[in-house]
Write a protein of this length. Sequence first.
Length: 389
Amino acid sequence: MNKIRIGLLGGGTGGHIYPLIAVAEKLRRWESSLGSEITIRYFGDAGDYRGELEQAGIQFSGIVSSKWRRYFSLKNFLDIAKAAFGFLQALWKIYWFMPDVVFMKGGPGSLVIAYVCRFYAIPLIVHESDTVPGLSNRLAGKFAKIVEIAFKEAAAFFPSGKSRLVGIPIREAIFLGETTRARSMLGLTEDGLPVLLMMGGSQGAEKINAFILDNLEILLDRFRIIHQVGRNNYDSYMSEYSFAAKNISEEKKKNYRPSAFLGKELPEAMAAADLIVSRAGGTTIFEIAARAKPSVLIPLALAAHDHQRENAYAYAKPGACLVIEEENLLVGLFISELEQLLHNPSKLKSMSEAAKNFYLPGAAESIAEDLVKIAGAVPSGIRPPAGNQ
């Protein structure tokens, strides 16, 4: 049996790690069709996601991560040393695995390893999730064989003819979940109030969290809320929540479901929601689009290259979402905008249709196919019909 070795690179956030897992799921499904044994290994710092990578059958090689800040910080001097150490680690660990091809999602620490792959003449495929690419992907894209992009606007940042519009690989689990069953599983009461899923990406969002705390009672008068707080913020948030909610009735508290992180529970949370309120990271947008959910996006004002704002308006252009700028996140405006949407079934339906049309199915298959082709396998006849991811 032929052996194919595939390397994965990406920063340790859900927006980087989950698309890697989605591609790995497809590769695993294709092993018997290819007549090849596929070994997949992640190189880098996966943060809290190492366990999820290993559960997906992906081996792990830890390499210290470094980050270059676009402002003066003494931490940059430390990270220069970390980058040098990471380069030496990657030289050693990549040598002993020597992948046939590497798939890179970008993010902190990945560029150093990409340069090691270039040193060893290992073919590289880069995937960019945002309208405005990060520095790592911009630089790696110059020597990558293919740059797979999610938004057509990103093509302008890469060498002509090298990019290919595929969308974002979405985990198969995202497509699971049914509204009534999901609400029952999450313990939501059936009092007729609309259900909001509010999340700030895998790391949470401090401004969204603060907005909820500051306006908790008035929000729970009108909505049931599933809230992804963020792992790093959860303990301090729940301490503040205990104080903020002391005068709120126990019955009303049942309409609020805070969680540190929605991993395996995210499909149920999305199914349960009438409307999703979220930051505007590329992976999050495509997960929302995959479920054809109406949404309100609040782009992070300090995101690098303002990419979240660009993402949000690219998604809003066909009518798939409403955008509320961070500086306009005021409770009166927020409630007014959401109630206008939620009391307008035809508008919700048109947003859902626009989201469905925006979503590009088959991204995981397309990328997996490119990987096995470059690795020397012939993936003929293994892709499912178009539209099934």
